[in-house]
Design a protein around this ligand. Structure first.
Ligand code: NAP
Length: 455
């Protein structure tokens, strides 16, 4: 994929970038490795000071950063602003918490003194997607740098200006030269970076194919990985739920980021008794969404990030229709609009065992399933290779308990949409990946847990 800024709202190529050469990449790894030698010795207080400065820069210049995101990948400008603010919050969170999360843990044994010490590993590679081009990177950067590691970023090829802006923020914040670098490269250069002995671990957020490919190379070189991959989250609505609130929240949960979120509500699984009413409300809410220029404040749905994503989504919807799905609204690209526009779409009457019912739809398409009871709801919810998040709506506490314990996912949210929060771990099971980001679990992924025994 060419490294370029292509405005998804117009299809216009605004800026192209040359990939770094193999020699440039080697130099960048050397710079990172050398920077680690001193950086690992800096105090938590010093790192926190730089991290807090990064948070200030993010907040001061949020309008500029939001514009770059919207220009490169089409998310509505106001959600781009909110994304920058969330990045500032994760910087502040780890600036405040890292020392506590990585403090020595004393353990009573027969030694005079025994404890667990957390130490940084060195150069960590992050391969990141375009859909939350700032947030995905900052939720890696904040814990990784606070732990004393140094980072290399290979960002998605369609968001190069976001990658460069993030590198610039870290530099302006005062972090030493080489502690964080954005490498403008295609995915073909990732394998050699992982293989380099100076690179100690890697994290990838993206598709299962990309994750499997990175993990295979890392496995060959015995390096740790964290993978945050796709999802096809269920959104279960049972009879006791507040249906109006569920429909409003379900609309937000499906449409966030023009439908291109890993934790979007993708499969609506609704109890028969309330299904007609829920379907009517969901249709109303979807129909009320404003599609248009993502730079406009009142736009709810902008274009999909690339022409390929539009094409793939259209093919998936057509396949579903061929498999018997009924289109309640939408169902075709908006060819009268310039850019990669796809309308809010609802598909019903989907056979739960059809291939498309188990796939991830990465765009504004909701699948609607009707179920007779909670048993069937849980069966359909788990009938997918993914296990990222799940949202379930019921006021019955016995039902809540069953959903919490029986849904196969990295997160279950009751009467709320699934969201990431710096204070809570984030990650998946099954094909949605492994490892966790955020919270204490996130900062513990890339450290050496050293056992110390003093007799
Ligand atoms: P993608 O094609 O897998 O790309 C993600 C990143 O991986 C990009 O930087 C890409 O580089 C790189 N890449 C692609 N193939 C690779 C390979 N074989 N080896 C190494 N790197 C490779 O994913 P996407 O379509 O951009 O992103 C959407 C997917 O990400 C969805 O499935 C979504 O659910 C998932 N996602 C998951 C989470 C989570 O936290 N679980 C969060 C957000 C998104 P190029 O751009 O140069 O190809």
């Amino acid at each position: 994929m060419a490294i370029a800024t292509i405005n998804p709202a117009t299809g216009e190529t605004l800026k192209s970038f040359e990939s770094l050469s193999d020699a440039d990449v080697k130099n960048a790894i050397s710079t990172a490795h050398e920077a680690f030698g001193d950086y690992r010795k800096t105090s938590f207080e010093q790192r926190a000071e730089w991290m807090l400065k990064a948070a200030d820069i993010l907040e001061q210049d949020k309008a500029d950063f939001a514009k770059i995101m919207t220009l490169e990948m089409g998310k509505p400008y106001k959600s781009a602003v909110a994304e920058v603010e969330k990045c500032a919050s994760v910087c502040r969170y780890y600036a405040d918490k890292a020392a506590e999360f990585l403090a020595d843990v004393y353990v009573e044994t027969d030694a005079n003194k025994s404890f667990v010490k957390y130490q940084p590993l060195g150069v960590i590679l992050a391969v990141m997607p375009w859909n939350f081009p700032f947030w995905q990177v900052f939720r890696f950067v904040a814990p990784t740098l606070m732990a004393g590691n140094v980072g290399l970023l290979k960002h998605a090829s369609n968001v190069p200006q976001c990658a460069l802006a993030i590198e610039n923020i870290i530099q302006r914040a005062g972090f030493p030269q080489g502690v964080f670098q954005s490498l403008l490269i295609g995915s073909d250069k990732v394998a050699n970076i992982v293989a380099d002995e100076r690179v100690k671990a890697a994290t990838l957020t993206g598709s299962e194919g990309a994750g499997a490919s990175l993990a295979a190379i890392a496995g060959k070189h015995l390096k740790k990985t964290v993978l945050e991959l796709g999802g096809s989250d269920p959104f279960i609505v049972l009879a006791s739920a507040d249906i109006e609130v569920a429909a409003v929240t379900g609309t937000t949960a499906r449409m966030l980021n023009n439908g291109q979120s890993c934790i979007a509500a993708k499969r609506f699984i609704v109890a028969e008794d309330i299904a007609d009413e829920f379907e009517k409300l969901l249709l109303e809410k979807f129909q009320a969404l404003k599609i248009g220029d993502p730079m406009q404040e009142d736009t709810n749905i902008g274009p999909l990030a690339t022409a390929d994503i539009l094409k793939e989504l259209d093919e998936q919807v057509q396949k579903s229709i061929n498999n018997g799905a009924k289109v309640l609204m939408g169902g075709k690209p908006l060819l009268n609009m310039k850019g990669n526009y796809y309308p809010p779409t609802i598909l019903s009457d989907i056979s739960p065992d059809s291939a498309t019912a188990k796939e991830e739809f990465f765009g504004p398409v909701a699948m609607l399933f009707r179920v007779k009871d909670i048993d069937e709801a849980i069966t359909i919810a788990n009938n997918t290779p993914f296990g990222l998040g799940a949202s379930a709506w019921t006021t019955d506490t016995a039902e809540q308990q069953r959903l919490i314990s029986e849904i196969e996912a990295g997160a279950v949210f009751i009467n709320s949409l699934v969201k990431s929060d710096p204070r809570m771990p984030f990650g998946g099971t099954k094909l949605s990946g492994y490892g966790r980001e955020l919270s204490i679990q996130g900062i513990h992924e890339f450290v050496n847990v050293k056992t110390v025994w003093v007799k």
